[in-house]
Design a protein around this ligand. Sequence first.
Ligand SMILES: NC(=O)c1ccc[n+]([C@@H]2O[C@H](COP(=O)([O-])OP(=O)(O)OC[C@H]3O[C@@H](n4cnc5c(N)ncnc54)[C@H](O)[C@@H]3O)[C@@H](O)[C@H]2O)c1
Length: 441
Amino acid sequence: MMHSKILSFFCIFFYGHTLCSFTGTIGVIGTGYVGLTTACLAEWNYPVLCFDCDEQKIMNIQKGVLPIYEPGLEELITKNLSLGRLQCTTRFEELVDRASIIFITVGTPLNQLTQDIDLSAIESVARDLSTHIKEYKIIVIKSTVPIGTAAWLEKFLCENGVSRAHFDIVSNPEFLREGSALEDFFEAKRIVIGTQSKKALNLMRDLYGPLLPHTTFLVTDNITAESIKYASNAFLTLKVSFINEFATLCDQTGANINDIAYALSLDTRIGPLKPGPGFGGSCFPKDTQALLNIGRTHNVDLLTVHAALRANEQRKQVAFKKLQKLFDNNLTDKVVAILGLSFKAGTDDIRNSPSIDLIESLLKHQVYIKAYDPKAMEHMKKLFPMVTYCATLYEAVAGSDALVIMTEWDEFKKINTETIVRTGNQPLILDMRYMLTAGNA
Ligand SMILES: NC(=O)c1ccc[n+]([C@@H]2O[C@H](COP(=O)([O-])OP(=O)(O)OC[C@H]3O[C@@H](n4cnc5c(N)ncnc54)[C@H](O)[C@@H]3O)[C@@H](O)[C@H]2O)c1
């Protein structure tokens, strides 16, 4: 279903392909979720060259083995590798030599000690760029970076010997969601371009030519483009935290949170809302934290953003608290099946997944945990080797006292409750994604 949807998008883009007027090679630095999706620009017949500081990752990608799971990505990457439109290199200088537009898509995680964004990957790329740029390049910052990073990079390059005539910097934040990255990228609702340079702007417009008939192409300055990404993610966390908090209230009042979410979503000013176990992933938690820090630096207390984060911390405890209540505060030696480990469906990404919080709390209470996830078990095994990982959801459920749905994978929607009752100890079902027809389980 997902694949046919993606293929139909690409039919549009093959048609749009005739609109491509950019001629040159695209460089991509950092081959994670965003970098590999960006590398699919090769679909438009652009030559793309990827680099990553992790040589093993590059060697694997060359063989068609991707470091991540994202629907449809492996097919597109292997196809473009075999057509020679997509290439990889372990030599940074080769990327700089060959590419005229260089996308920076490296990670910008949160430093757990300082709670500031760790910009070491950006700094390392900046150092390498300063050594190798010898002629005009457009450097596109696609990573999510603190406001002012483009200005910092410009200053850094100039101070480190790169002629100002040899580069322009474009801030081009990425809005893709894991699980639907290709659709989001190639069906982008908006392309935000922050730059001071007309030349860079024209080239970026050419590059994104196939999308222009279907998207809003917003041109602004660098700090505004950087801010748009933070504003966007912060606003989404407000929405998620709001509906999650309301779900907690519904647990007490007995109102149906799915009906409430649906009714609200019919108001176009509000848009879709979906309750869940709390937001996770590599972006929302760190981007909201980064925005709070930015606010603090400018003496602006971002109260709503602060509340969204705080509400999320509380919400991530709800699954455990509900289990405790269901078992009269006696969880010791109980068997709990956790269905879903990734922070959302469609990805193997477990960064900040609410399942991690649940596993930690359950382990502290001597609960025996069985887990199943269609894509994320290998990652979770590294964090929690003591959990029993099962080949199917019914294997996880067999013999369990409770099962908790933590991720909205499609296969969980089709759970056969009769089979579950037969295979388990009449397990209690805790549906933190509100997917089962029973409603507020
Ligand atoms: N994942 C998302 O859904 C998403 C969406 C929008 C924006 N973003 C932003 O995009 C950026 C990348 O996110 P991601 O999820 O793709 O990260 P990721 O962790 O999946 O990938 C980052 C890649 O960068 C590589 N890298 C690190 N330092 C490097 C260096 N010095 N030189 C070359 N490569 C280096 C890593 O090896 C890794 O392969 C982040 O700033 C993130 O906030 C992510």
